[in-house]
Design a protein. Sequence first.
Length: 701
Amino acid sequence: MGIRRYLGAFWQFVKRHRRYLLVAAALFFLLLSVTSAVARAYAFWDDDAERGATLVAHDLFGDSYRSVRYLPQGWTANQSLWFYNTTQGSDLIPYDFFMSLERPGSVELLRSNENINAYRYLPRKATFANRDALPVGFVKDVYNGKEYFGLTCAACHTSQVNYGGVGIRIDGGPGAADMDKFVFDMEKSLLMASDTGSPTHKRFIKRVLDRGHYDSEQDVKADLGRYQRRISMYREVNHPQYPYGYARLDAFGRIYNRVLEHVISGSAVKQVLSELVLDSVLTEQQFKDILRDTVMSNVLTIDERDHIIERVSRHMTLRQQLMMRDKLFNKPTAPVSYPFLWDIPQHDYVQWNGLASNAGLGPVGRNTGEAIGVFATLDWAAKPGFSLSSLINGQGFTATHISFKSSVDVTNLREIERQLTDLQSPRWADAPLPPVDVARAARGEHLFDRSCANCHAEINRSDPHRRVVTHIASVSEVGTDSMMARNSVRHEGRSGILRNQYVGTGVGDLLLDTRAPVAALLTKSVIGVVATPDPDHWWLRRGFDWARELVAAFFSNEIKPSMRRGKYTPDNTVDPFASLVSYKARSLNGIWATAPYLHNGSVPTLYDLLLPKRRTGDPVTGEFRPDTFEVGSRELDAEKVGFRSRGYGGFVFKTWLDGNSNAGHEYGTRCAPPPPQASPAACEVLTRDQRLDLVEYLKTL
């Protein structure tokens, strides 16, 4: 009765003062909006005319540039710097650790400009919003009150082309970094710093404590052990079959494995261990010892996930550990080039195989998946009852729900997509490069219109209403390396805490079994993350931002659902991802600045792309795509259009390795099909002069 009396009194108060309460609520939400707008304006205050660009004293491959120049791409200096400095929620290691780690085998800091340049990230000087002079795409993120070092979109999507002593900086260009080596060296640096009693350990502890965020040496050591194990687990799970080298990463493979790592359940680990016993890989005694030494609740906390593999591994040989890894995760065997970002918001479908639709929540979902891959903190766990987020995610009214709390900053991800709508492709004519041969380009335009334009549509780079309709070709049609497309839809994993959830596929709902396609697990996880308010804001601001972003995502997106165009196998209820075993042909504006070519970076120049792959029985003489070449240099070959690919000691790209094939897309390079079935038109093969004409025209796009 007391509660009813109080509720009645409250309702009478609301009715008497409803006018004032409505005004107060309106003012409150206006204040939130103004605060948000001021914060956004402050984020764009950094306007350094050089955009923080700086030079390095020594380059490991002998590249040389005396100045850095930006091209007109539709972005102001403020927008470029905001893109470089804006966190998406990536938390790799504590920020103080990154600022204090030494390079493996040296007293030089890991973050030194020369060392960063050696990984092919882009060094910068200090600016208003980058007081610590972090490289392009390196950022400080704050999650749950703690500072972390992480990566932004710009780390993988900003490039540089050197010519004539000028470093031409390309916003949205495909990055040249060897991220795998960077993380591997970070792991070694953490191991060096963990060597108690060594000079490296002492210097590291002092540097971290001097920064003033840790209270004691023991606190530093505790985090040092935790993050060394975390990075080591990431490296073990994602150890590549062959080194990727520069300018490539198996992004989907690693995103998929991070999802599998964070939906894993204790029962799934037990099941794997039982399978190893049945396979006579593990003994019964080892199995009992592991269970005794390991917390095996069905839903693992983040700390348990960080330690579960380590605890299990204490009782296993290296061979047993590797076999357990292979049962839980998929090998990331399909490295691809970092895609360029101009025209991304104007596409109907994106990713190399058109996996992601840009309609509806598509852009936010795509960027959330990317943030999951680059080390967002994922505090996913089962919670009692239900929440509004779990209802939106389709979990319904259940006794427990999966909370997708994380460090992913959905607000920033939406703003990044908004900024990309202004980004335009770089033009050869705006760069300090040799002038285009007009006569050659005119002949090349005729060839392009006759042979290329059907798949690679030309667009107006500066038209704010432009649309890019993606042309999809099945891997059997285009003939390029199939590894990435097949892995993206064929990889499966243990659904863990997501078991018995439903995921829409476009041709029906998929009920997640014990094992499920990782593409479906990623889709479910991404929706859950997007539907979860940012835990780093106080509850009213959190709810306001959350509602605003969801409404904006659904109602402000001008891209609507549409059919894919091209030759591919359509999705069906038996194979709901069949259409994705394909690759897409993008528009080619700015293509001159995006070497190496094909989705896996297996062809060094545009000229080489117009040559056939050498096959058994081909003549010894003649021109063919190179089977090996070097990557790592940023020096432009202005005639063939690509980076220097010989004679400087770069990473050697071997096209015969799995995932590295340079076959396919041989249009105009040989008869298809071979005589006598081929018509005369099908046997029209480009001459050397025609190839040079076509390359010259591609410079103008």
